[in-house]
Design a protein around this ligand. Structure first.
Ligand SMILES: *Cc1c(COP(=O)(O)O)cnc(C)c1O
Length: 361
């Protein structure tokens, strides 16, 4: 495994090698049961233990209060874009959205199917290079909820701290690309969701953490699979859950705890990002994000020309630095530095960047 290239992919993304080793073993024999993780009944004792352990590890890691449900659902973050308003935005209600990029725009578009939306702030004019400041946020009088995207994977911007919802309302967050990359005070949120494939595990499972009290407020009739209350009552076992994803996520939670927990991850992630941003100093590279909004998860940058960007990506690939091409809507390069991405890979990228600038600049 030591021969593997550095994988800067934005998602699906790098996972801890120790967890991959564990998963390799579990494919053939899960916890000494003689049956592999892909083959166990989700109603059986062995898988139930996997589910219980994943939930317990998640609660311990993020200090999730008892009055919050932890759900393992399917359909990705994109399903949460419509499940959230379907459950909580009444037809005559208003939901507030903080629009900081393409993912928040998609979340907003889905809410319009269910009720009215209010754009409480938007970074569109500035090309989403900056997170709105408190003075630029204007919520509606009594929104059903206030939705924001904690880390904008495509532009490389990240909220330094949560926005403040009006007192009668609550925060809903798409944390797909920075969940558990730093400590989080769950009590500040009504609902938080994250597709697993960036910071938590394989594609195919979505983590949802939500305040149980919200489950009493059904705002419309919905098909079974769209109802958070049903999934919560059945402890994510209403139908066959994404068993392998839940297994890997549980192992990732345990790995994060062994590393020292979320405070230690925040320290490491800040240091890793600093190594990469420091290599952009000078006038060869340009970071896409404004300095006050730079993400610790996705560092997005350009060289002076699209031709040099292409050459950068090609030469980096040849040097074992994979997955650096930027999102097709932004261009340039994107280095994704999630929890499992090693510091040594950041040092290797920084060295490559300085060398490339000397040769091409
Ligand atoms: C990747 C990403 C998504 C899309 O997630 P899917 O699981 O593919 O639906 C949504 N929001 C953010 C912030 C993302 O980074």
């Amino acid at each position: 495994m030591s021969e593997r290239p550095y994988n800067f992919s934005a998602g699906p993304a790098v996972l801890p090698p120790e967890v991959l080793q564990e998963a390799r073993g579990a494919l053939l024999d899960l916890d000494g049961s003689g049956i592999g993780v892909l083959e166990h009944s989700h109603r059986g004792e062995v898988f139930r233990r996997v589910l219980a352990e994943a939930e317990a590890a998640c609660r311990a890691l993020a200090n999730i209060p008892e009055d919050y449900a932890v759900l393992f659902l399917q359909g990705g973050a994109a399903t949460q874009f419509h499940m959230l308003p379907a459950n909580f935005l009444p037809e005559d209600g208003v939901a507030d959205y903080l629009v900081t990029g393409a993912w928040s725009k998609k979340a907003l578009a889905e809410a319009r199917h269910y009720g009215a939306v209010h754009i409480a702030a938007s970074g569109a004019k500035g090309g989403f290079r900056e997170i709105p400041g408190a003075a630029e946020i204007a919520c509606s009088a009594a929104p059903s909820y206030v939705h924001f995207t904690s880390n904008n994977t495509i532009y490389g911007t990240q909220w330094a701290r949560e926005p403040e919802p009006p007192e009668s309302s609550w925060l809903a967050c798409d944390a797909s690309s920075d969940v558990f990359s730093r400590p989080i005070e769950i009590a500040r949120y009504g609902l938080l969701y994250a597709g697993a494939q960036k910071n938590l595990g394989p594609a195919g499972v979505t983590l949802v953490v939500l305040r149980r009290a919200l489950l009493q407020r059904a705002v419309r009739e919905l098909p079974a699979m769209l109802r958070y209350a049903l999934h919560a009552e059945n402890n994510s076992l209403y139908n066959t859950p994404p068993a392998f994803g839940i297994y890997v996520m549980g192992r990732v939670f345990a790995w994060l705890q062994r590393q020292g927990g979320l405070a230690e991850m925040a320290r490491r992630n800040a240091e890793k990002a600093q190594i990469v941003y420091a290599a952009m100093e000078g006038d060869f590279y340009r970071a896409v994000a404004h300095p006050n909004s730079r993400s610790h998860m996705n560092a997005v940058f350009r060289t002076p020309s699209a031709e040099l960007d292409s050459r950068f990506v090609q030469e980096a690939e040849a040097a074992g630095l994979r997955g650096l091409r930027g999102h097709r809507s932004v261009g340039g390069m994107r280095a994704s530095l999630y929890n499992a991405f090693p510091r040594a890979g950041c040092l290797a990228l920084a060295e490559f960047m300085r060398d490339f600038a000397r040769r091409a600049g």
